[in-house]
Design a protein around this ligand. Structure first.
Ligand code: CTP
Length: 390
């Protein structure tokens, strides 16, 4: 299954390091080429000889054992299709989140441009430490796939959250990312963020959308093995195609360029309904009047127009409502003509805009309604994709 794939495993100093021996065997049984890098502390828990025998490759530890024409960390980074850091200690997580490169493993991560999975394992108090949590959040936002630790009896004697996730889960995530994409892939176009409508060279009209929900859906679609194009107003880096746009018109054009061979379109962006009719080329100066009038003109309704011209695509809209959520959403799904509408209650401060959490209701064009409980945007993204693919 993983034949021809190059998997790089980074092991850090934690008791769960012994479990990685089994993970290496799983990858090898599936014909992957496996290379291993250890931090010096990892070798307190597992031997170099064991890892070398299992991976059938040299194990890298020191940064300056240069026996290649390129520095060691660059060779490792270039060769691999994916990197798995497991177990990831609090120390290494925090170093990576802060761009520190003080050993072969962290230097390789810094030079690595392909998907990285991080599976943390540590004492529960360390895992709950706000600094570690902040660093995890930062890495997740930057596109690292975090496989959260599980709860249970820990090697340090504590009962709590911090145990390395199941090895099967790491294997499944790796396979999902590396799967031969032609067999399973669909092309997803996902939009995210609030559009920016210029008034003059220094001012604009926009909204509070953070782009997090759309980006979480794009991440999930990508990690499920699909081709993903994320059209967003935000500056982000991901291992899939990102098209940065500003205005509703630019967003519409970018979608049109990608539309024809797309299978699924998910409009999570908050598109401004109106733009300034004539953008001033010069900064608008203050006058003696107390009021000023801006003339606005309607933006195209991107979602509605896509629904009109679709051939085979599944089209999903979002709706932001501050009152009468379901009633307005039912009306909107009919008006727009999309297959699904994901309804958000924006009156709540604990979910939605800027929050990492959301609680949504999924409406289907045939009248079906499914309410999802409050969960992280990643979990909501998973549930939305599951629902539209069933
Ligand atoms: N949308 C769009 N083009 C627009 C406005 C909205 O494609 N000009 C899309 C959004 O991306 C979202 C859906 O339409 O998927 C619903 O957006 P929402 O703001 O809730 O609805 P509107 O049509 O703008 O209606 P209103 O603001 O009056 O609620």
């Amino acid at each position: 299954m993983l034949s021809g794939k190059n998997i790089l495993i980074g092991i850090t100093g934690g008791i769960a390091a012994y479990k990685i021996c089994e993970l290496i065997r799983m990858y090898k049984r599936n014909n992957a080429n496996v290379r291993v890098i250890c931090t010096p502390n990892a070798l307190n828990f597992v031997t170099k000889l064991t890892l070398q025998n299992l991976s059938q490759n040299n194990v890298g530890i020191e940064e300056y054992e240069i026996n290649d024409f390129k520095p060691e960390h660059i060779s490792y980074a270039d060769e691999a299709d994916i990197m798995i850091i497991a177990p990831a200690s609090a120390n290494t997580i925090s170093k990576i989140a802060n761009g520190i490169c003080d050993n072969l493993l962290t230097s390789t991560v810094c030079a690595f441009k392909k998907p990285i999975i991080i599976a943390p394992a540590m004492n529960c108090n360390m895992w709950e430490n706000p600094i570690v949590q902040e660093n995890i959040k930062k890495l997740s936002t930057l596109g690292y796939k975090i496989l959260e630790p599980e709860s249970g009896f820990l090697a340090c004697g504590y009962e709590g959250n911090g145990r390395l996730c199941q090895i099967d889960k790491i294997f499944d995530e790796t396979s999902a990312i590396l799967l031969p994409r032609n067999e399973v892939k669909k092309k997803y176009i996902i939009t995210a963020g609030g559009t920016i409508e210029d008034i003059d060279p220094v001012r604009y009209i926009s909204n509070y959308s953070s782009g997090k929900m759309g980006t979480a859906i794009a991440d999930e679609a990508f990690y499920n093995g699909n081709d993903v194009v994320l059209i967003t107003t935000k500056d982000i880096k991901r291992p899939y195609k990102i098209i940065k746009v500003k205005s509703a018109q630019e967003m519409q054009q970018a979608i049109e360029n990608e539309f024809e061979n797309a299978n699924v379109i998910i409009m999570a962006a908050a598109v401004a309904d109106y733009r300034v009719k004539t953008k001033s080329e010069q900064k608008i100066k203050k006058t003696n009047e107390d009021t000023i009038t801006l003339e606005l003109i309607k933006n195209p309704d991107i979602l509605q127009e896509l629904c009109k011209k679709r051939t085979h695509q599944t089209i999903v809209g979002f709706c932001a409502e501050s009152e009468n959520l379901i009633e307005n959403a039912k009306e909107k799904i009919q008006k727009k003509g999309c297959d699904y509408l994901i309804a958000n209650d924006i009156s709540r401060k604990d979910i939605g805009f800027s929050s990492d959490y959301n609680e949504v209701t999924i409406l289907h064009k045939n009248g079906g309604i499914k309410q999802l409980e409050k969960a992280s945007k990643q979990e909501i993204a998973k549930a939305i994709l599951k629902e539209i693919n069933e």
